[in-house]
Design a protein around this ligand. Structure first.
Ligand SMILES: [Zn+2]
Length: 441
């Protein structure tokens, strides 16, 4: 019997703004012609890497799976910790569905997959310390993979491209992208899997530095085009082995150009709702947890009428700040699927963003707004023209079709349906109509 396999590749920050150029590239042009693809795929809210990848993996919005920001909620720590670990997920992920159905998942550099049980895993984790590259660091990197991934696979993968641990350690692009692409192509040739997942983020790094146009963006897109071309060939070639392979390529969010950063917690300090000492938060009634294009306002104690009143006063202030486009109460923001434990959600205007950390330069006269370190950011409401992401699929069972609209939460149910696995009834996403030939015949 024919064996079905899926390749799921996430190209971080690939967005609508890249489409005009993608249409000129041979392999993206081919997948647009022969595959099912969506030029307007919505991310989730906040449209950030870690919540988005948790949403792709679970088919659920952040308020359901509970990875509601890139960082763990640790307001009193100066250096936030990434949401790298799968134990944070409160909904079943693709690797859980696969395990229940006797299928093997292979995952390379997927965010929020640390410690997840699957056949082959090398999760995306922050580099090991100390921050100096030597033999000790190499083994520290390897050890993290043994602890939070699958040891044999991690070792095989790191040995297949010896530059990988160093590139990962320094986070230097495009070296890391190239190493990951090599390792993924090596792994899908050598390992026995049903679903193979990869996340690479050189394009996202570049957009943070230069904005949504210019720099090395076209160079990244050309490299991704060649990669997609080789994966399409892989799908065709594997038919000889009686394998029916579907390729899915998606972004996780777009990016927007940005100039300014609003240090909302500095405003809260001046209003008397928080205290700082040596740049560390000491106490608060209201805390702004920034997600770049949006920010949550949390009361210290949700049961306290005083703290909630402080949130209301803070919300009134943010309505007067020029870079704040919207201040939403729970009824307004709940439909967007972000954290309902927040009291308010702030959405930044174009060209603006939110920064969580302490900033000595931020003052009342300038609405606590300073020039951002970044030229491009994400996190914003996901359904906006030019900011959405894009989706492509290709394979023997995939029809040639342009899909008007879908969300990144629809990817998992679409995959599961094809594999004959029933998604849980409380999954937020729905299988996309129009991808598979059979379902429409
Ligand atoms: Zn991302």
């Amino acid at each position: 019997m024919e064996r079905k396999k899926i390749l799921l590749v996430s190209l971080d920050a690939l967005g609508e703004s890249d489409l005009e150029y993608l249409k000129k590239l041979p392999n993206f042009a081919k997948i647009m012609k022969r595959g099912a693809w969506c030029p307007h795929e919505c991310s989730v809210y906040p449209s950030l890497t870690f919540p988005s990848h948790a949403s792709i993996a679970t088919g659920c919005v952040p308020n359901s799976h509970r990875v509601v920001n890139n960082y763990q909620f640790l307001p009193f720590e100066k250096h936030p910790k990434w949401n790298s670990y799968a134990y944070a997920l409160k909904r079943k992920a693709v690797w859980d569905y696969a395990a229940e159905n006797g299928k093997k998942v292979l995952s390379l550099s997927w965010p929020v997959s640390g410690g997840a049980k699957m056949a082959y895993s090398m999760p995306e984790l922050s580099p090991a310390k100390p921050r100096e590259w030597n033999t000790r660091t190499f083994f520290a990197q390897l050890n993290m993979m043994r602890k939070y991934g699958t040891p044999g696979f991690a070792i095989r993968t790191m040995l297949s491209r010896r530059e990988l641990p160093k590139a990962w350690f320094y986070g230097k692009q495009p070296d890391l992208d190239q190493a990951m692409i090599h390792c993924f192509e090596h792994a899908i040739e050598k390992e026995d899997f049903d679903i193979a997942m990869l996340h690479i983020y050189g394009l996202d790094d570049e957009k943070h530095q230069v904005g949504i146009e210019g720099g090395r963006i076209h160079g990244y897109l050309r490299a991704y085009d060649r990669f997609v071309g080789r994966l399409m060939e892989y799908c065709d070639r594997r038919q000889e082995r009686n394998e029916n392979v579907t390729l899915m390529v998606t972004g996780d969010h777009g990016q927007k150009d940005v100039t300014y950063a609003i240090h909302g917690n500095m405003a809260l300090q001046d209003m008397g709702y928080s205290t700082y000492q040596d740049g560390y938060l000491k106490e608060y009634q209201v805390y702004m947890d920034g997600c770049d294009g949006m920010a949550y306002l949390y009361p210290r104690n949700a049961e306290s009428e005083d703290d909630r009143e402080a949130c209301r006063m803070a919300a009134e202030y943010f309505k007067t700040v020029p870079g704040v486009k919207a201040v939403m109460g729970r009824k307004e923001f709940a439909p967007y699927g972000c954290d309902q434990k927040a009291e308010y959600v702030l959405e930044a205007a174009n060209d603006y963003s939110f920064e969580t950390g302490y900033e000595a330069e931020a003052d009342k006269e300038h609405h606590y707004t300073v020039v951002s370190h970044y030229k491009g950011l994400h996190g914003y409401l996901p359904d906006e023209d030019g900011y959405r992401t894009v989706f492509f699929s290709y394979g023997k069972d995939v029809q040639a079709k342009t899909i008007d609209k879908m969300c990144i939460t629809d990817i998992l149910p679409t995959m599961l349906t094809w594999l004959g696995i029933t998604p849980d009834a409380d999954m937020d996403g729905k299988a996309v109509k129009g991808v598979w030939k059979e379902t429409d015949a």
